[in-house]
Structure formats: structure tokens, C-alpha cells
Design a protein. Structure first.
Length: 123
């Protein structure tokens, strides 16, 4: 029988916690944790999950799709809007788009710290 555990936080390493938190805040609308600072920033999701961003000296961004620097984490977001519109908005916010895209049902992008994430059309 599995333990009854609830996921309460996910933390990403990065060179600039406040900048990465700002990117995800603009992309998701999640609320910035009031005690965020240069070492650790967090965003509160509606369901109570905290997405954290912690400063790491000498941070090396993941290289995707190759694994020279492994991705270590991959986040997926379900969206209701048109994928082209969502992609364009995320690129304006500072996301990157790798040349390799595995299929047309999702878009793989990278956040400003290089972490890959997907946006997938809901439904």
C-alpha cells in the first residue's frame, strides 16, 4: 500500500531565482511568495504546490535534447489556448525554443535558465 503523501513543493536550481520566478509568474499567474529573495524565490499554485527557484553558484543549464548536461527535470503545462499563441507569448517573456520538437501535439521550450518544459493543448 503506498504512503499517503501529497507533493507540496518542486524546486529548480538556477543562477537568478527572482528572474526565473518572474518568468514563471508571468507565464502562469501564480503568486510570488512574500519571502522570496536573491537566494530562493517561490510561487504559490492554486492547489497549494510551491514552485521554488534556488540560486546555485556555477549553474550549468541543461542541454536538450542531447544529454551533455542532463535536463534533470521536465515540467509540462496544459493550456486551453492556441499553441502558436501560447508559444509566442512565452518567447516574448524570455523562453527559448530548441530546434528539435518531438511532435506537433506539444511544444518544447526552455525557460530563461535553460530548463526544458512543454506546453500541451488541453482537452
Amino acid at each position: 500500500m503506498p504512503l499517503q503523501m501529497k507533493l507540496t513543493a518542486i524546486t529548480l536550481d538556477c543562477p537568478d531565482p527572482l528572474a526565473l520566478a518572474a518568468f514563471y509568474q508571468q507565464a502562469t499567474g501564480f503568486e510570488l511568495h512574500p519571502k522570496s529573495d536573491d537566494e530562493f524565490a517561490g510561487l504559490h499554485c492554486e492547489d497549494g504546490l510551491l514552485v521554488g527557484f534556488q540560486r546555485v553558484d556555477d549553474y550549468r543549464a541543461p542541454s536538450w535534447p542531447d544529454q551533455i548536461v542532463p535536463q534533470q527535470l521536465h515540467i509540462c503545462f496544459k493550456v486551453e489556448d492556441d499553441l502558436d499563441e501560447v508559444e509566442a507569448r512565452l518567447l516574448q517573456l524570455g523562453a527559448g525554443k530548441p530546434d528539435h520538437q518531438p511532435h506537433d501535439k506539444a511544444r518544447v521550450l526552455t525557460d530563461p535558465a535553460g530548463h526544458p518544459f512543454c506546453v500541451v493543448r488541453g482537452g
